[in-house]
Design a protein around this ligand. Structure first.
Ligand code: 6PG
Length: 248
Protein backbone atom coordinates (compact mmCIF):
# COMPACT_ATOMS: atom_id res chain seq x y z
CA UNK A 1 0.00 0.00 0.00
CA UNK A 2 1.45 3.41 -0.86
CA UNK A 3 1.89 6.14 1.73
CA UNK A 4 -1.07 8.48 2.11
CA UNK A 5 -0.81 11.69 4.11
CA UNK A 6 -3.17 14.58 4.75
CA UNK A 7 -1.80 18.11 5.29
CA UNK A 8 -4.25 20.66 6.64
CA UNK A 9 -3.48 24.37 6.82
CA UNK A 10 -5.46 27.55 7.35
CA UNK A 11 -6.81 29.31 4.28
CA UNK A 12 -4.10 32.00 4.37
CA UNK A 13 -1.07 29.71 4.23
CA UNK A 14 -2.59 27.03 1.97
CA UNK A 15 -1.25 28.11 -1.45
CA UNK A 16 2.22 28.90 -0.06
CA UNK A 17 2.50 25.55 1.69
CA UNK A 18 1.52 23.64 -1.46
CA UNK A 19 3.88 25.71 -3.61
CA UNK A 20 6.74 24.97 -1.19
CA UNK A 21 5.98 21.23 -1.31
CA UNK A 22 5.94 21.37 -5.11
CA UNK A 23 9.35 23.07 -5.22
CA UNK A 24 10.79 20.39 -2.92
CA UNK A 25 9.26 17.49 -4.86
CA UNK A 26 10.21 18.88 -8.28
CA UNK A 27 13.78 19.30 -7.04
CA UNK A 28 13.80 15.75 -5.60
CA UNK A 29 12.81 14.35 -9.01
CA UNK A 30 15.50 16.39 -10.78
CA UNK A 31 18.10 15.24 -8.23
CA UNK A 32 17.04 11.59 -8.60
CA UNK A 33 16.29 11.32 -12.33
CA UNK A 34 17.69 14.46 -13.94
CA UNK A 35 14.18 15.60 -14.86
CA UNK A 36 10.65 16.04 -13.48
CA UNK A 37 7.53 15.13 -15.48
CA UNK A 38 4.69 16.97 -13.77
CA UNK A 39 1.01 17.11 -14.66
CA UNK A 40 -0.96 20.20 -13.61
CA UNK A 41 -4.60 20.09 -12.56
CA UNK A 42 -7.14 22.44 -14.07
CA UNK A 43 -10.04 24.22 -12.43
CA UNK A 44 -9.71 27.23 -10.10
CA UNK A 45 -8.18 25.86 -6.88
CA UNK A 46 -4.60 25.48 -8.13
CA UNK A 47 -4.40 28.97 -9.69
CA UNK A 48 -3.07 30.57 -6.50
CA UNK A 49 -0.50 27.80 -6.11
CA UNK A 50 0.72 28.15 -9.72
CA UNK A 51 0.98 31.93 -9.28
CA UNK A 52 3.28 31.54 -6.26
CA UNK A 53 5.30 28.75 -7.91
CA UNK A 54 5.91 30.93 -10.97
CA UNK A 55 7.21 33.96 -9.12
CA UNK A 56 10.21 34.85 -6.92
CA UNK A 57 11.43 33.46 -4.65
CA UNK A 58 10.18 29.99 -5.61
CA UNK A 59 10.51 30.31 -9.40
CA UNK A 60 14.29 30.81 -9.03
CA UNK A 61 14.72 27.60 -7.05
CA UNK A 62 14.03 25.26 -9.97
CA UNK A 63 15.98 24.62 -13.17
CA UNK A 64 12.88 24.69 -15.41
CA UNK A 65 14.86 23.27 -18.36
CA UNK A 66 14.70 19.96 -16.43
CA UNK A 67 10.91 20.08 -16.03
CA UNK A 68 8.38 18.65 -18.52
CA UNK A 69 4.89 20.11 -18.00
CA UNK A 70 1.66 18.30 -18.88
CA UNK A 71 -2.03 18.73 -18.05
CA UNK A 72 -4.19 16.18 -16.21
CA UNK A 73 -7.17 17.17 -18.30
CA UNK A 74 -8.38 19.81 -20.71
CA UNK A 75 -11.65 21.29 -21.80
CA UNK A 76 -12.20 20.94 -25.56
CA UNK A 77 -12.05 24.69 -26.24
CA UNK A 78 -9.50 26.95 -27.99
CA UNK A 79 -6.37 27.64 -25.94
CA UNK A 80 -7.34 31.33 -25.66
CA UNK A 81 -10.73 30.48 -24.16
CA UNK A 82 -11.20 31.40 -20.48
CA UNK A 83 -12.47 27.87 -19.88
CA UNK A 84 -9.16 26.38 -21.09
CA UNK A 85 -6.92 24.83 -18.44
CA UNK A 86 -3.97 25.73 -20.65
CA UNK A 87 -5.15 29.36 -20.56
CA UNK A 88 -5.39 29.31 -16.75
CA UNK A 89 -1.88 27.85 -16.38
CA UNK A 90 -0.49 30.30 -18.95
CA UNK A 91 -1.97 33.32 -17.17
CA UNK A 92 -0.94 32.22 -13.68
CA UNK A 93 2.36 30.46 -14.32
CA UNK A 94 3.74 29.96 -17.83
CA UNK A 95 3.95 33.65 -18.75
CA UNK A 96 6.39 34.12 -15.84
CA UNK A 97 8.50 30.98 -16.07
CA UNK A 98 11.44 30.36 -18.35
CA UNK A 99 10.49 26.80 -19.32
CA UNK A 100 11.36 25.82 -22.92
CA UNK A 101 8.32 25.51 -25.22
CA UNK A 102 9.61 22.02 -26.09
CA UNK A 103 9.02 21.05 -22.43
CA UNK A 104 5.38 22.17 -22.41
CA UNK A 105 3.04 19.44 -23.68
CA UNK A 106 -0.38 20.86 -24.46
CA UNK A 107 -3.57 18.99 -25.33
CA UNK A 108 -4.01 20.09 -28.95
CA UNK A 109 -7.61 21.32 -29.08
CA UNK A 110 -7.05 22.56 -32.66
CA UNK A 111 -7.32 18.96 -33.86
CA UNK A 112 -10.53 17.71 -35.52
CA UNK A 113 -12.24 16.34 -32.37
CA UNK A 114 -11.61 15.26 -28.75
CA UNK A 115 -10.82 11.67 -29.78
CA UNK A 116 -8.05 12.93 -32.05
CA UNK A 117 -6.84 15.15 -29.22
CA UNK A 118 -6.78 12.25 -26.75
CA UNK A 119 -4.91 10.03 -29.21
CA UNK A 120 -2.36 12.76 -29.93
CA UNK A 121 -1.84 13.39 -26.20
CA UNK A 122 -1.46 9.67 -25.47
CA UNK A 123 1.32 9.59 -28.08
CA UNK A 124 3.01 12.67 -26.56
CA UNK A 125 2.92 11.06 -23.13
CA UNK A 126 4.20 7.75 -24.48
CA UNK A 127 7.14 9.53 -26.12
CA UNK A 128 8.06 11.88 -23.25
CA UNK A 129 7.18 10.23 -19.92
CA UNK A 130 9.22 7.29 -18.65
CA UNK A 131 7.18 4.13 -18.09
CA UNK A 132 7.01 1.80 -15.11
CA UNK A 133 5.48 -1.66 -15.65
CA UNK A 134 4.48 -0.65 -19.18
CA UNK A 135 2.56 2.49 -18.17
CA UNK A 136 3.74 6.12 -18.15
CA UNK A 137 4.73 7.19 -14.64
CA UNK A 138 4.57 10.91 -13.90
CA UNK A 139 6.90 12.10 -11.16
CA UNK A 140 4.18 14.41 -9.78
CA UNK A 141 0.50 14.60 -10.68
CA UNK A 142 -1.53 17.47 -9.26
CA UNK A 143 -5.25 16.74 -8.99
CA UNK A 144 -8.34 18.56 -7.82
CA UNK A 145 -11.72 17.05 -6.96
CA UNK A 146 -15.23 18.14 -7.84
CA UNK A 147 -18.16 18.08 -5.40
CA UNK A 148 -19.41 14.95 -7.22
CA UNK A 149 -16.14 13.14 -6.54
CA UNK A 150 -14.65 13.51 -10.03
CA UNK A 151 -10.96 14.08 -10.55
CA UNK A 152 -9.27 15.28 -13.73
CA UNK A 153 -12.19 14.75 -16.15
CA UNK A 154 -13.07 11.29 -14.86
CA UNK A 155 -16.69 11.54 -13.74
CA UNK A 156 -18.82 9.21 -11.59
CA UNK A 157 -20.23 6.37 -13.73
CA UNK A 158 -18.49 7.65 -16.87
CA UNK A 159 -17.33 5.20 -19.52
CA UNK A 160 -13.98 7.05 -19.43
CA UNK A 161 -13.36 5.16 -16.17
CA UNK A 162 -12.82 2.00 -18.22
CA UNK A 163 -10.28 3.59 -20.61
CA UNK A 164 -6.98 1.74 -20.96
CA UNK A 165 -5.35 4.35 -23.24
CA UNK A 166 -3.17 6.89 -21.46
CA UNK A 167 -5.54 9.68 -22.37
CA UNK A 168 -9.29 9.41 -22.96
CA UNK A 169 -12.36 11.53 -23.76
CA UNK A 170 -15.24 12.44 -21.48
CA UNK A 171 -18.23 14.73 -21.27
CA UNK A 172 -19.03 16.93 -18.30
CA UNK A 173 -22.22 15.33 -16.84
CA UNK A 174 -24.03 18.65 -16.41
CA UNK A 175 -22.86 20.84 -19.28
CA UNK A 176 -22.15 18.00 -21.74
CA UNK A 177 -18.92 19.85 -22.57
CA UNK A 178 -16.25 17.70 -24.21
CA UNK A 179 -13.15 16.95 -22.18
CA UNK A 180 -9.82 15.14 -22.66
CA UNK A 181 -8.39 13.48 -19.54
CA UNK A 182 -5.56 11.30 -18.32
CA UNK A 183 -6.95 7.87 -17.54
CA UNK A 184 -7.10 5.92 -14.28
CA UNK A 185 -4.11 3.67 -15.15
CA UNK A 186 -1.85 6.71 -15.67
CA UNK A 187 -3.07 8.45 -12.52
CA UNK A 188 -2.56 5.26 -10.48
CA UNK A 189 0.98 4.87 -11.85
CA UNK A 190 2.27 8.29 -10.76
CA UNK A 191 5.19 8.40 -8.34
CA UNK A 192 3.47 11.18 -6.35
CA UNK A 193 -0.18 12.29 -6.34
CA UNK A 194 -0.84 15.77 -4.93
CA UNK A 195 -4.56 16.45 -4.35
CA UNK A 196 -5.22 20.15 -3.78
CA UNK A 197 -8.64 20.91 -2.25
CA UNK A 198 -9.96 24.00 -0.51
CA UNK A 199 -13.27 25.45 0.60
CA UNK A 200 -16.19 24.36 2.80
CA UNK A 201 -18.19 23.35 -0.29
CA UNK A 202 -15.74 20.46 -0.73
CA UNK A 203 -15.88 19.26 2.92
CA UNK A 204 -18.57 16.61 2.32
CA UNK A 205 -16.84 15.09 -0.70
CA UNK A 206 -13.45 15.20 1.03
CA UNK A 207 -14.92 13.21 3.93
CA UNK A 208 -16.53 10.70 1.52
CA UNK A 209 -13.39 10.27 -0.58
CA UNK A 210 -11.02 9.95 2.38
CA UNK A 211 -13.16 8.18 4.94
CA UNK A 212 -15.43 5.79 3.04
CA UNK A 213 -14.74 2.72 0.91
CA UNK A 214 -17.15 3.75 -1.86
CA UNK A 215 -16.06 2.38 -5.25
CA UNK A 216 -14.00 4.41 -7.72
CA UNK A 217 -16.87 4.07 -10.20
CA UNK A 218 -18.91 6.26 -7.82
CA UNK A 219 -16.04 8.45 -6.56
CA UNK A 220 -13.24 8.53 -9.18
CA UNK A 221 -11.12 10.71 -6.85
CA UNK A 222 -10.73 7.55 -4.73
CA UNK A 223 -8.23 6.32 -7.33
CA UNK A 224 -5.64 7.43 -4.73
CA UNK A 225 -6.46 4.25 -2.78
CA UNK A 226 -4.94 2.20 -5.65
CA UNK A 227 -1.96 4.52 -6.18
CA UNK A 228 1.42 2.89 -6.81
CA UNK A 229 3.30 5.88 -5.37
CA UNK A 230 2.84 8.29 -2.50
CA UNK A 231 -0.29 10.40 -2.04
CA UNK A 232 -0.55 13.75 -0.28
CA UNK A 233 -3.86 15.52 0.29
CA UNK A 234 -3.41 19.27 0.74
CA UNK A 235 -6.54 20.67 2.38
CA UNK A 236 -7.40 23.98 3.88
CA UNK A 237 -9.21 23.82 7.23
CA UNK A 238 -12.60 24.48 5.61
CA UNK A 239 -12.29 21.53 3.23
CA UNK A 240 -11.06 19.31 6.09
CA UNK A 241 -13.76 20.25 8.61
CA UNK A 242 -15.81 17.05 8.27
CA UNK A 243 -12.89 14.64 8.61
CA UNK A 244 -13.02 12.53 11.76
CA UNK A 245 -9.23 12.74 12.17
CA UNK A 246 -6.65 15.28 10.89
CA UNK A 247 -8.43 17.85 13.01
CA UNK A 248 -8.35 21.00 10.99
C1 6PG B 1 -11.09 20.73 -14.47
C2 6PG B 1 -10.38 19.83 -13.55
C3 6PG B 1 -11.20 19.31 -12.45
C4 6PG B 1 -10.98 20.20 -11.23
C5 6PG B 1 -12.09 19.98 -10.23
C6 6PG B 1 -11.99 21.00 -9.11
O1 6PG B 1 -10.69 20.83 -15.64
O2 6PG B 1 -12.03 21.40 -14.00
O3 6PG B 1 -9.20 19.48 -13.71
O4 6PG B 1 -10.92 17.99 -12.11
O5 6PG B 1 -9.72 19.89 -10.65
O6 6PG B 1 -13.32 20.13 -10.90
O7 6PG B 1 -12.17 22.27 -9.68
P1 6PG B 1 -12.06 23.61 -8.80
O8 6PG B 1 -10.62 23.68 -8.36
O9 6PG B 1 -12.43 24.71 -9.73
O10 6PG B 1 -12.99 23.43 -7.64
Amino acid sequence: MSSISVEVTDEKSFAGMVADELVASIQDSIDERGECCISFAGGSTPAGVYRLLGRPPRVGEIDWKSVKLFWGDERWVPRADNQSNYHMVHETFLNNVNIPDSNVFIVNTDLANPAAGAKDYSQLIEANVDSQNGCPSFDIMILGIGEDGHTASLFPGGKELKAEEWCTIAKHPESGADRVSLSLPVIRNSKKLFYIVRGEEKSDIVQAVLETERPISELPARVYAEAKGSVVWFLDSAAAKKLSKHAA
